[in-house]
Design a protein around this ligand. Structure first.
Ligand code: G3H
Ligand code: 13P
Ligand code: ZN
Length: 332
């Protein structure tokens, strides 16, 4: 049993309380490899932002859970080396699919876990989330639950269409489970294709697809039920058009990719939404930079020559999110 505190990590409790009070959101960036982790830590140190490092089931399968855990420990040391005296770094399991997965992460030094029972019947979601909370809280590990289903694929969980969180259920869920934060569904979804072209309107000036707005009325009703309680938004990538264009320019094929407009995320971050999950935008930034570097120098075969620019591009993206969208800068 490894306690995350000995690794220099923190849980989300205090971080979220400050974020809700201060009207900003903590970035939760997924990572699968060293370049992503370096870029996340550098961006959070340079902007003086707390940060949540998220590990999905797919990341654990890809990179090995033990290695990821040591990378997170290394991230704390790296942040200090970069000049941050007291880094606030959370190691979080994204979309935990069972009690066993959550327990194994907690036992390995994670400081926060998500148990995603959103696809289960309500009472089963309550029972599973409660079981994880009871285990996690013994070690002061915080737990994110989820109510409502996002459209698209959530690791093991898939849904054809989104089902917004029902505001009338949230108090009962939080009270019965004891979870520390709640992921909700208000129209976001995972990946780079968040809406079909039919769901969008076309901007007459740019010809770009404009997605329908998030259900801010549902968010307001949830906040009214749970004043000050930490709310989480998954599926919050904005799918920057420049990265999509670069990918397509250099041989990619991303057709009709659409994300959540940053303006709406800015609005959400000012509310009780205190954790915003971003993965796809980092994938797009990395892919665009790699494609460009390889296309411009076809004779290059040193991975540092294309992963280096990819890392720079991701760092720029993370800093932009922190400063211009979430507002979590200058909080350390
Ligand atoms: O919510 C999904 C995250 O973007 C993680 O995706 O399962 O492909 O690692 P992944
Ligand atoms: P995006 O696919 O919009 O980046 O969402 C990531 C996410 O919610 C991870 O849990
Ligand atoms: Zn998610």
């Amino acid at each position: 049993m490894i306690n995350y505190k000995t690794l220099g990590l923190v849980n989300t409790r205090e971080m979220f309380a400050k974020a809700v009070k201060g009207g900003y959101a903590i970035p939760a960036f997924n990572f699968n490899n060293m370049e992503q982790l370096q870029a996340i830590i550098k961006a959070s140190v340079d902007t003086k932002s707390p940060v949540i490092l998220q590990v999905s089931k797919g990341a654990r399968d890809y990179a090995n859970q033990t290695l990821l855990r040591y990378m997170a420990e290394g991230a704390v040391a790296y942040a200090k080396e970069l000049g941050c005296e007291k880094p606030e770094i959370v190691l979080h399991l994204d979309h935990g699919d069972s009690f066993e997965t959550c327990k194994s992460c907690i036992d390995m030094g994670f400081s926060s876990v998500m148990i995603d029972g959103s696809h289960l019947p309500y009472e089963e979601n309550v029972a599973l989330t409660k079981k994880v909370v009871e285990y996690a809280h013994q070690f002061d590990v915080t737990v994110e639950g989820e109510l409502g289903v996002l459209a698209g694929v959530e690791d093991e969980v898939s849904a054809e269409e989104s089902h917004y969180t029902k505001p009338e259920e949230v108090v009962d869920f939080v009270t019965k489970t004891g979870c520390d934060s709640l992921a909700i569904s208000i129209g976001t979804s995972h990946g780079a294709y968040k809406f079909t072209p039919e769901q969008c309107t076309v901007d007459p000036e740019t010809g770009r697809l404009l997605p329908p707005p998030l259900a801010f009325d549902v968010l307001a009703a949830i906040e009214e039920q749970l004043p000050g309680f930490p709310i989480v938004l998954h599926g919050s990538s904005s799918v920057p058009q420049e990265d999509v264009d670069t990918i397509n320019q250099y041989g990619g094929k991303l057709v009709a990719a659409v994300g959540i407009p940053e303006e709406q995320l800015r609005q959400a971050a000012k509310s009780a939404v205190c954790k915003i999950n971003i993965d796809s935008d980092s994938r797009l930034a990395m892919t665009a930079a790699v494609r460009k570097a390889l296309a411009e120098k076809p004779s290059e075969f040193d991975p540092r020559k294309y992963l280096g620019p990819a890392r720079d591009s991701m760092q720029k993206l993370y800093m932009h999110k922190i400063v211009n969208v979430l507002g979590s800068n200058d909080k350390l």
